[in-house]
Design a protein around this ligand. Structure first.
Ligand SMILES: [Zn+2]
Length: 305
């Protein structure tokens, strides 16, 4: 049996986003990237009395040399050690591999994202539906993606691979797959915005939400101005309920360590105690800042009873 069942405050994405949408705030989906930074994210949420989603993607698992079980076990250890009482979702971000999804669910993740967005609509529907059946049977929530959320790198090299989400397709997609949350492409991108600036297409968000009751997810939240995010969250009729934040956390960590290059997970784990605490404090502060200024989720742990 997974250790996840021992925490009352470890909840599914669906449970978390229902409360967020009803109360007009969003929950940050934070990528600590390095396992030693999981505690830093948890501390930020606890200090702010905010719910939080802690996530890692398939690409990050590979890049940093971590397994879903290592990530989950570290989260559970820290929830215990740091006496975390705020609601926490353990989420697998962007994953195409069904094997990784099964591994994460076995390890105790309470939410997974299947990203088959580069496939034609019918294939995206078929693959996402398969994951929904598998995950729901195990009490786990599913996020999928429709349209394509670009990376700022492609934007900078002039190969804009974004494809905005079509509201009518979104309606069909959600109805046929039964996903709990949908990542939509509406003007944000992954990475650091250098050349192109983010611009959220609010009317598209509203049109999608009008046609489907699914919870909306905004990826590429790093570097998007706070007022733009807040407007997307509080749109009449239901806005964005989950915002992914990865790049900004890693940037604040690297800046605190005065490093230009990212590390491997092993390098991060080998940091001396002074540097480690300095890095953690920087990540914690960034999480607190996002919670207060971007997400409007400060003090909202009390909305979960
Ligand atoms: Zn993403």
């Amino acid at each position: 049996m997974s250790r996840s069942t021992t925490f009352n405050n470890l909840i599914t994405l669906k449970q978390a986003l229902e409360v967020a949408e009803r109360n007009q705030f969003a929950i940050g989906s934070f990528s600590p990237r390095y396992t030693p930074m999981i505690s830093a994210v948890l501390r930020g949420a606890q200090r702010s009395q905010s719910p939080a989603i802690v996530q890692i993607s398939h690409k990050e698992l590979v890049r940093y040399g971590i397994t879903p079980k290592q990530f989950a076990d570290e989260l559970f250890d820290k929830m215990h050690e740091e006496k975390i009482t705020v609601p926490i979702v353990l989420h697998l971000d962007h994953t195409k591999e069904l094997g990784t999804i099964a591994e994460a669910i076995d390890a105790g993740f309470t939410s997974v994202m299947i990203d088959a967005s580069e496939q034609p609509l019918q294939d995206n529907i078929r693959i996402s539906k398969e994951v929904v059946e598998y995950a729901h049977a195990r009490g786990v929530s599913v996020e999928a993606e429709l349209g394509m959320i670009g990376t700022t790198d492609f934007v900078e090299t002039d190969r804009d691979e974004e494809l905005y989400t079509d509201p009518d397709e979104a309606s069909i997609f959600v109805q046929q797959t039964g996903v709990d949350a949908l990542a939509v492409s509406c003007g944000t991108a992954h990475g650091v915005y250098m050349v192109k600036q983010p611009k959220v297409d609010y009317s598209r968000l509203q049109a999608i939400r009008k046609l489907t009751p699914v919870h909306l997810v905004l990826h590429g939240g790093s570097g998007v101005p706070a007022d733009m995010i807040m407007k997307a969250i509080t749109l009449p009729g239901g806005g964005v309920s989950k915002v992914n934040i990865a790049t900004d956390l890693e940037l604040s960590l690297l800046q605190a360590l005065e490093r230009e290059e990212r590390m491997s997970n092993a390098e991060c784990m080998a940091l001396g105690s002074e540097k480690m605490e300095k890095g953690r404090e920087a990540v914690t502060r960034t999480v607190q800042d996002k919670i207060r200024h971007f997400l409007g989720s400060e003090g909202k742990a009390s909305s979960f009873t």
